[in-house]
Design a protein around this ligand. Structure first.
Ligand SMILES: [Zn+2]
Ligand SMILES: [Zn+2]
Length: 314
């Protein structure tokens, strides 16, 4: 009996030690991958780093790695990925790469570039900055715009209608940052970066960094990065709090990737939520996510029709 008790204690100790080592390794994965991404775009061969196809591949690989980590070290069993979630998440990733990217390029980025040319605006100084500083500046510019757009969405009923579908997701996974109503996805993609001159590699690197951080911030991965990372970048711990069920509790931690901006503007809140969703936690289907902003209008028109329609035969 005594021997089996000792064996059990020993086995338990080994299991706990292994889990502790695994936790420590996983806590370091976000900063290590961040360094790998910056080194690749900063030092990689130009034939690769100046090619837009490389960015597409790098972003897909980044999301794929983080999604795969969910199966190795899960945070919550209730957030486990299944076929239905996979279909929805992949649908929105493809939508983002195609329709949303097309709209933001043609309706926002190209007009800004034309304006920059017409007004002879040039920022040659930004091109002279060291690579890492350029990347940091691009990430800050993108995140600054996204922060205020996101905050507006949580403080204005009309804008909230476009953003609410993202909050109706009932579990968090690596690709969930891409899920939302298309109007919101377009609005959140707007930025002023096109007005500045940056190297192509710095632009691609910033896009890759944004994908990396926001994918980790939505991922069902048991990984709590060290303070030197969590002070600057959004983590799943703090972003899950933003996905809390009570609406009032969502009004914090707005930054998609750069939580530093929440610290700057007083909206940072430390904490974590394991139950996510909105209202009665009803999971929306893709068609429901698409029509969500128009539901009040459709309901009002239907109510008006019902009032004006002559009473039917009894
Ligand atoms: Zn939000
Ligand atoms: Zn989110």
């Amino acid at each position: 009996m005594r021997a089996s008790f000792c064996d059990q204690s020993w086995g338990q100790w080994v299991a706990e030690a292994a889990l502790s080592v695994k936790d420590k390794v996983f806590n370091l994965i976000p900063p290590v991958l961040l360094a790998v991404v910056v080194l690749f775009w900063g030092l990689g061969p130009a034939r690769l780093t100046a090619n837009p196809t490389t960015l597409l591949v790098a972003v897909c690989v980044t999301m794929g790695i983080i999604q795969a980590l969910e199966f190795v070290h899960e945070r919550h069993a209730g957030w486990r990925w299944n076929g239905r979630e996979l279909f929805t998440d992949v649908f929105y990733v493809v939508l983002g790469f195609n329709a949303i990217d097309f709209l933001s390029t043609h309706l926002a980025e190209d007009p800004l570039k034309a304006l920059k040319t017409a007004l002879h605006i040039g920022t040659p100084w930004t091109l002279q900055l060291p690579f890492v500083v350029q990347v940091a500046l691009i990430v800050f510019l993108i995140e600054f715009g996204q922060y205020w757009m996101h905050r507006l969405m949580h403080n204005n009923p009309l804008f909230w209608l476009t953003h609410a579908p993202h909050h109706h997701i009932t579990q968090l996974n690596a690709l969930k940052g891409a899920v939302g109503n298309p109007i919101e996805l377009f609005l959140i993609s707007l930025s002023v970066v096109a007005l500045f001159d940056f190297s192509l590699q710095a632009l691609f690197c910033a896009a890759n960094v944004g994908t990396l951080v926001s994918s980790f911030a939505h991922a069902n991965v048991r990984s709590d990065p060290p303070p030197f990372y969590a002070f600057f970048f959004t983590t799943i711990r703090n972003h899950s709090l933003h996905h809390s069920v009570p609406y009032e509790d969502t009004r914090c931690n707005y930054a998609n990737s750069l939580i530093l901006i929440d610290r700057m503007f007083g909206t940072f809140r430390d904490g974590e939520a394991d139950t996510v969703g909105q209202d009665d936690r009803k999971r929306l289907t893709i068609p429901e996510q698409f029509v969500f902003p128009f539901v009040p209008l459709i309901t009002a028109i239907q109510a008006r029709r019902n009032v004006s329609a002559p009473p039917g035969p009894r």
